[in-house]
Design a protein around this ligand. Structure first.
Ligand code: NAP
Length: 258
């Protein structure tokens, strides 16, 4: 990590999917930069363990269990964080799923409607839920920073993900641009990141040969790390990016560049 201590001092950040691979990198980056961070994720046991470790290191961290596809669960999570810390100025919509079956995504001709709905709920509706819930406060404070985790799969054909994944990641790009336009006049920036292959548990859901092929096609010839996604995320919510909104930044080592 580069030395940017205190860049997010006095900021309250909510990160979804916060105990997953990229999420933990993002949480660590914000804590390192002086923010207090609310970690939202599904598994309370893992979440509380992570938060306990972070607190032991002297950080301000809070775990809130919520299924982000559920509007009411999101509302309860926001209320819990606001009761503790007040205004949430920064939202990182990072939670996402990419279901596989024996290492492969279901094709459109075999995909169960329930699986489609689940991916739409977690990857896309979650962003509506949380922006809907947090934007009134951001408008009131005339300040807000929102970053959503899209993917290069939202911009290009990839056979290692299903149609639900690519559709929802493309949708986040449309949402980002729309919300940037709608919320910009209120001092709120809205951006997205499009990671390539990042070395996390999600990546283990595909074969190692599939990952080797990605490395061969990536100009920088390696997978990315959660820290590298976190660096881009923290840049977008920092004061250095105050005039950047509605953008989608690839963090992909040049893979599938457009
Ligand atoms: P990950 O390691 O699987 O972490 C995702 C986290 O989100 C997990 O902790 C997961 O909990 C949590 N989660 C799943 N469903 C949730 C829900 N309904 N509500 C709240 N939390 C939920 O994945 P990752 O690789 O860090 O990916 C993070 C984001 O980056 C995702 O949006 C992903 O699509 C995107 N992305 C990743 C890559 C990559 O190569 N890794 C590339 C492009 C984009 P459980 O483990 O309990 O399910």
């Amino acid at each position: 990590m580069s030395n940017r201590e205190q860049r997010h001092q006095r900021r309250t950040v909510m990160v979804t999917g916060a105990v997953g691979g990229i999420g933990q990198g993002i949480v660590a980056r914000y804590l390192h930069e002086g923010a207090r961070v609310a970690l939202v994720d599904l598994d309370p046991v893992r979440g509380e363990q992570v938060v306990e470790q972070l607190r032991a290191q002297g950080h301000s961290a809070l775990f809130v269990q919520a299924d982000v596809s559920d509007f009411h669960a999101c509302a309860r999570a926001c209320e819990t964080i606001q009761a503790e810390w007040g205004f949430i100025d920064t939202l990182v919509n990072n939670a996402g799923i990419s279901p596989k079956h024996d290492g492969k995504p279901a094709g459109i001709h075999t995909m169960e409607p329930e699986e489609w709905q689940r991916v739409v709920g977690v990857n896309m509706n979650s962003v509506f839920n949380l922006v809907r819930l947090l934007s009134p406060g951001m408008i009131e404070h005339k300040f807000g920073r929102i970053v959503s985790m899209s993917s290069v799969a939202g911009k290009a054909w990839l056979d290692i993900v299903g149609v639900h994944y690519s559709t929802t990641k493309a949708a986040l790009i449309g949402m980002t641009r729309h919300l940037a336009g709608e919320l910009g006049p209120h001092g709120i920036t809205v951006n997205a990141l499009a990671p390539g292959r990042i070395d996390t548990p999600l990546l283990k859901t595909v074969s190692s040969q599939a990952n080797d092929l990605v490395i061969a096609q990536t100009p920088l010839r390696r997978l990315g790390t959660p820290d590298e996604v976190a660096d881009a995320c923290a840049f977008l919510t920092s004061d250095e990016a105050r005039f950047i909104t509605g953008q989608v930044i690839d963090v992909a080592g040049g893979w599938l560049m457009t």
